[in-house]
Structures are given as structure tokens and as C-alpha cells.
Design a protein around this ligand. Sequence first.
Ligand code: FAD
Ligand code: NAI
Length: 467
Amino acid sequence: MADYDLIVIGSGPGGYVCAIRAAQLGMKVAVVEQMKTYGGTCLNIGCIPSKALLHASEMFEEAGHGLAKLGVKVGTPELDLPGMMTHKDEVIDANVSGVAFLFKKNKIDGHKGVGRILSPGQVEVKPDEGEATVLNTKTIVIATGSDSMPLPGVEIDEKKVVTSTGALELEAVPGHLLIVGAGVIGLELGSVWGRLGAKVTVVEFLDRIVPGIDGDIAKQFQRILKKQGMDFKLSSKVTGVTEADGGLSVSVEPAAGGDAETIAADIVLVSIGRRPYTEGLGLAEAGVEMDERGRVKTDAHYKTSVDGVYAIGDVIAGPMLAHKAEDEGVAVAEILAGQAGHVNYGVIPNVVYTMPEVASVGQTEEELKAAGIAYNVGKFPFTANGRARAMNMTEGMVKMLADKKTDRLLGAHIVGFGAGEMIHEAAVLMEFGGSAEDLARTCHAHPTMSEAVKEAALAVDKRALHM
Ligand code: FAD
Ligand code: NAI
């Protein structure tokens, strides 16, 4: 007799959402988690704490530099860093206890400890202290997420040389923060510490920032970040970090090779990507196959090479995003219940939570060119939007890409205040196979930032009204 219909290993957004959906569908479910609290990377050391610090530091920046322009004098704001960290910790607590509550509500058993697959129907749980137990189950879902990618030759101590985890709990604002990698983590956390007073230098291997984001948008984004004081060293790589005079000495070389230079820094943040986390899971012994990048290999229904073992989230292929993991969690639970669970990988929004935000969904112009797809482009700047002017938030633009023949929307890209909210009207439209004209003919409330989305859709047909 199995103890459970389903055991989920890992309680991040993939795992906990999968458990809840499976319980809703009538399965008896357990979750195994090795951290002290549920919620995974996202709730404990990722999405949620970073957004708490992004918001708080944004308010600090607004009070110091934004409000005076609106005729609001508040004097020079004073940073209470411990207070800001308390805010972040309270936000984490509220979210992780929310997951514990949802487990209770849905009668999901939580088992704290390291999970290891002994066989397709057996999971061992090894707690920090005490004996390991073995649970029997009909099905296993691996949702063990990801971990920071190390930089060869650079040792992480999470005090001075940190990953995102250490960068979320620095005890003082660094004089100079050097960031390796101009990806999402580097630019979000660089924004946090830059607003709080650090000088920020970003060293990026490629000749551009945020690879994967539409080129036009990335260029404008970089200009905005530069204006905010962020320095970029593109086409460069960090080859070593050593302790020097109480600080750090960082060797930086051109990516293509050449003379190294040395840069002094107080803190180095290594944010060069994340890798799937499968340590201690016993996958090789259980016969679960991996792909060339160390990700658990699955078929279109999330089944691994072993019957009865499935995998979702950061540990499998695809973008490492919380909402992608969540949607896969729902899909696999529905598939296990005999339903038609499905994720549309063509419509997964992506948001960088800087100020302003960058958001995109669908294909970039570079991807369309590479695929030989003929398209029309519509662009609209926020400088021409009344609400943006009223709020002093005129930086950025909306860019729409639609199929040349059918007008079907293929991609939407926004850099601007509130981009992360606005992107969803394009996402919903694309989910229903809508056209740029459909969006352009949809009445948008005035005055809103979203009118720029409508105008960009009109611009696809060269008939923007306010430009
Ligand atoms: P995870 O959230 O990584 O959860 C996996 C869990 O499994 C962990 O709790 C881990 O302890 C546990 N585990 C692993 N192995 C075992 C084992 N053997 N036994 C028991 N438990 C185990 N994404 C966004 O979409 N938006 C954002 O704003 C965003 N911000 C981020 C900010 C930062 C700083 C970081 C680092 C990431 C951010 N991400 C963001 C990415 C997001 O956190 C991940 O995509 C998401 O957490 C993946 O979910 P998951 O369920 O696959 O794995
Ligand atoms: P990333 O993949 O976004 O960016 C890494 C950057 O580092 C790239 O620009 C890459 O070219 C560069 N790089 C790689 N090796 C390098 C080297 N040796 N020297 C210099 N640069 C180098 O990875 P990041 O920022 O670590 O984030 C990991 C993942 O976490 C993201 O890809 C995303 O999936 C997720 N995440 C999502 C967030 C969001 O949705 N807002 C926020 C934070 C993380």
C-alpha cells in the first residue's frame, strides 16, 4: 500500500503549486523540503526578498530625488538599512507561512529533510537530525529547482564575494559593488544597492546586457541604467578576485583576451546564471536521465526516463522563472489526474523589476529575423503619453511585433514604469491568437500608461494617433 498518490520533492513555486493542484484533484500528497521553510528559492532567497528590497530602495530613491520634482519637499531621507532588511524578512515570513497554511488547508503532508529517490515508488527523507524515513508513493515529481552558477577561480564566501543570496543580506551599503554578469539578478540587485548609495560596476562577457531581451529595448534599458549611475564593462570577463587592503581586488580581462586590469571593490556579486539543482537526489542510481546541461530530461508530459517519476521547474529545460515552474506544476498535476495539462511556452512573460521595469512576451525582433519570419514593427515612446508625463515617468517605450501577412501579434516588449503589469494585455491577446489590430481597436482607459500599448499596436499599421 502506498502512503501517497504523489510525493513532490521541493517546495518552490513549481513544487508547492503542483502539490496544491494535485490535492484539489483528489490526490493524497506529500512534499519533501530540505530548507527550514517552504517556498523554495523564490520565496526565501529569490523573487520575493529581491522585490521587497527593490520596492523599499525605490521609495528611498523617490524620496531623495523624485518627489522634489513634483513639488514635494521631504528633506534628505535617511537610510535605515536594518529597518529595510526587517521589512524584507517580514515579507519572506508572511509568504512562507502562507505556503505552510495552504499545505494544511489542502491536507498536504510536509516532510522536512533531504529527499532521495530510492526507486520509482520510494523516497527517503533525511532530516537534519534523527533517522531517515522511507515514504511509499505511486508517483514522484522532482521540483528541486536551481542554484547559482559558480565562476571558476572565484570563491564565494557570501560575505564579500556573494551570490544573490548574500547580496540580499549585506550588512552595510558597499562603497563599490562589482557585479559579474549583466543579467536579471545583476541589474535588479545592482539597482537596489546603487539606489542606497553604492557605486555599481557591471562586468559582462557579451557586448550587450540582458541577453534574450529584444535588442532595441536592451539598448534603451542600458542607457537608462547608465543615467542612473551604473557603469558597464561589456565584452569583459572577471578572471580572479583576491583580498587586498581590507577590500577586494578584481582582475578583469577583455572577453576576447588581452591585457588584464585590476579594479578595487568592496563586494563582488557573481550573477552569471543558475544551474539545475539535483545534488543528493540519487537520480543516476534511479536511472533518471539528464540532458547535456545537467537538467532532468522529460517528455512533453514532464515524464522522466523512469516510469512514475516526473520533473518540473528550474530543474528541467526552459526559462528559469517562477511562473513557468508554477504553470508546469499545475500541468503535471492535471496530467497525473488524467486531464489535459498544458503550458504554452510561446507566451511566458519575462519581467526585470528595475526602475523602470523591462517586460517582454513572445519573440524578439532578432528571433524573428533568425527564423525568417516577415513582421511589422510598431513602437511608441512614453514621452508621448499623457499619464507618463503627469507622473514624471516618461522614460522608455513599447514595441510590438506582428506577423506581416496575418497581423497576429508575435512579440511585445516594453521598457517603462509599470511594464511588468502592462505586458499581460499582450500575453492574453497572444494566448488567444489575437492581432495587433485587435489590441489597437480595444478601448483603453484614459489617461493610462497602457494607452502606449494601444498606440504601439496602432503603430504596427503606421497609424499611431499621438506621435
Ligand atoms: P525552487 O524555487 O528553487 O525550489 C526548489 C526547492 O527544492 C528548494 O526549496 C530546495 O531547497 C528544494 N530541494 C532541492 N533538492 C532537494 C532535495 N533533495 N530534497 C528536498 N528538497 C530539495 N523568477 C521570477 O519569475 N520572477 C522573479 O522576480 C525572480 N526573481 C529571482 C530573484 C533571485 C535573486 C533569484 C535567485 C531567482 C529569481 N527568480 C525569479 C527565479 C525563481 O526563483 C525560480 O525560477 C523559481 O524559484 C523556480 O522554482 P522551482 O520550484 O523550480 O525551484
Ligand atoms: P542571467 O542568465 O540572467 O544573466 C547572466 C549574465 O552573465 C549574462 O548576461 C551572461 O552573458 C553573463 N555571463 C556569463 N558568464 C559570464 C562571465 N564569466 N563573466 C561575465 N559575464 C558572464 O543570470 P542571472 O542574472 O544570474 O539570473 C539567473 C536566472 O534567475 C535568470 O536567468 C532568471 O531565469 C532568474 N531570475 C529571474 C528574475 C526575474 O524574473 N525578474 C530575477 C532574478 C533571477
